[in-house]
Ligand binder design. Structure first.
Ligand code: BES
Ligand code: MN
Ligand code: ZN
Length: 486
């Protein structure tokens, strides 16, 4: 995405030169200073009944007299909030989709004092519109994608726009990486591929990376992670990626991402319908890498470590079986009653490994449970935290980033069902409260530090016609990290 800023006041918008001028309009009337050529076009569309100052309304007009750009798009925002502005911009960009519009000029009208947050989101909306998956579909045409954006900014807003667009651009490249990795099929995006991507990211951004193979993981005693990986012929990887933006004395934030590159369920095999979507089961890993990409561009004064256990969950003659008991790195024994509850089995060893880093806080991110999809759908990620301040920080980061989450409970009573006659803990409880009992399992391995868990099973990807990774929760995590800078 080629993005630039042009200083231009609202009375001169008609002079903007692009394939389409996209106008995002708030309020129930046009500001008096608005460029008369533009204002005239909007008024005529209103008179014709094609447009109104009503949320969701968006229209495209051609060859408007006095306008330098051959197309004018107007989109109405429900109010002057950042969320409404982004929704309207997306509706406006929807109008140019599929047309030969490579370059758009974007202006916000009637929003009053624009903060920087609106620009953070504007950049992300543009990047979203420009994203095209090509890795295994190189034949797809790029011609109908926006590739260049000019943001038309009033002089008074220039400073906020520069700050916001820089942050938005970093988040957008993180989201892009997360989407791209999630979208790559399981035979391409293997644990080895994820590790290779982490190495490239480290090279690009000047971070340190360490990739552990099976032998190293065995030496660490990660019996739970190894049990999941043992059914697959694909080599496992444990990725450690470090960003040092602050003195060594400052304890790092640790992000842990579930990296199951394909989840068949193992011996507790999943049904066939939509099983292909289990290539997205590394969405936690993808979003953690995406967040590291954003961090690498923004360079905040902070230390961050990413931990990614990556493997496949497959059935085979060597696969772990229901009833098998394994010993985790923490020393706790686990009875694996269902091999499809594998995410928690690889995460628990990563959470124990995190103790060595002496973290300020650990946040794990995982497409962990179907139950979370039932509870919260695709709007908010499930969020669990052992600490109220941490929960508050994540809630707020999600709201600001328009990548929201919702706090879920961790009452001790929820742990009842994890009792086992043959091990310290079982890997599943009953069907009730499935997302919560998964979190309770993880909590047993995260007692030595402040900890939070994001269940992104409902938010990491979309199914159906728009099937694909969403890049969530890169926005939330990046916002959270930026707020940690002291
Ligand atoms: N990766 C799945 C969770 C999932 C399922 C995410 C569907 C999104 C859509 C996870 O490994 C899993 O299989 N969880 C089981 C746990 C159960 C066996 C306790 C589930 O949710 O059914
Ligand atoms: Mn599973
Ligand atoms: Zn899974």
């Amino acid at each position: 995405m080629d993005a630039r800023i042009q200083s231009l006041s609202v009375d001169k918008l008609a002079s903007a030169s692009a394939d389409a001028l996209v106008l995002v309009i708030a309020g129930d009337h046009l500001p008096a200073q608005l460029d008369p050529a533009v204002a005239g076009a909007v008024q005529s569309a209103i008179k014709l009944g094609d447009f109104a100052h009503k949320a969701g309304k968006a229209v495209l007009m051609h060859a408007v007299p006095g306008l330098k750009s051959p197309r004018l798009v107007m989109a109405a925002a429900a109010n002057t909030s950042v969320k409404a502005a982004k929704a309207a911009l997306e509706a406006g960009l929807g109008q140019v989709k599929g047309r030969e519009v490579a370059h758009v000029a974007v202006a916000f009208v009637g929003f009053g004092d624009l903060g920087s947050a609106i620009w953070v989101q504007a950049m992300q909306a543009l990047a979203d519109a420009s994203y095209l998956y090509q890795h295994t579909k190189p034949s797809v045409s790029k011609d109908t994608r926006v590739t260049k954006a000019t943001f038309l900014v009033d002089k008074a807003d220039l400073k906020a726009a520069r700050t916001g667009l820089a942050q938005g651009s970093a988040v957008a490249s993180g989201v892009r990486l997360a989407k791209e990795l999630a979208n790559r099929p399981g035979n391409h995006c293997t644990p080895t591929h994820l590790a290779e991507q982490a190495k490239q990211l480290a090279r690009r951004t000047g971070m340190k990376v360490e990739v552990l193979d099976r032998k190293a993981v065995e030496r660490l005693g990660m019996g739970s992670f190894l049990a999941v990986a043992q059914g697959s012929d694909e080599a496992l990887r444990f990725i450690v990626l470090r960003y040092d933006g602050a003195p060594r004395t400052q304890a790092p934030v640790v992000l842990v991402g579930k990296g199951i590159t394909f989840d068949t369920g193992g011996i507790s095999l999943k049904p066939g319908a939509e099983m292909d979507e289990m290539k997205f089961d590394m969405g936690g890993a993808a979003s953690v890498l995406g967040t590291m990409q954003a961090v690498g561009e923004l360079k905040p004064k902070l230390n961050v470590v990413a931990l990614i256990p990556a493997c496949e969950n497959m059935p085979s003659g060597r696969a772990v079986k229901p009833g098998d008991v394994v010993t985790s790195m923490s020393g706790q024994t686990i009875e694996i009653l269902n091999t499809d509850a594998e995410g928690r089995l690889i995460l628990c060893d990563a959470l124990t490994y995190a103790e060595r880093i002496k973290p300020a806080v650990v946040v794990d991110v995982a497409t962990l449970t179907g139950a979370c999809v039932i509870a919260l759908g695709g709007v908010r990620s499930g969020m669990y935290a052992s600490d109220d301040d941490l929960a508050q920080a994540l809630l707020q980061a999600g709201d600001v980033a328009l990548d929201p989450c919702w706090r879920m409970p961790l009452d001790d009573e929820y742990e009842e069902g994890l009792k086992s006659n043959f091990a310290d803990v079982a890997n599943i409880a009953g069907r009730a409260g499935g997302s919560i009992t998964a979190a309770k399992f993880l909590q047993r391995f995260a007692s030595k530090y402040r900890w939070a868990h994001l269940d992104i099973a409902g938010t990491a990807w979309k199914g159906g016609a728009a099937k694909g990774g969403t890049g969530r929760p890169v926005g939330l995590l990046t916002q959270f990290l930026l707020a940690q800078v002291r």
